[in-house]
Design a protein around this ligand. Sequence first.
Ligand SMILES: [Zn+2]
Length: 72
Amino acid sequence: MALKLRIMASRGPARRGVPPALIYRAEVYEDSDRFRECKWGCSHNHESVENAFNCGMSWLNDQIDESAAESA
Ligand SMILES: [Zn+2]
């Protein structure tokens, strides 16, 4: 099972007099899933793609650690 990371951008909450900034969330989907259903999504509002990407990568690393521990 290959998990892929994607970054979703959306508009953040609008504040009076301030245009809403883009916020980013990390989502993980299964590579073999043709619908690319979201398996996991981070619940943060990241202010940059890089932050969201790092968040998703750390989650992916946790999953790898867990499956490695199970097979050991
Ligand atoms: Zn996050």
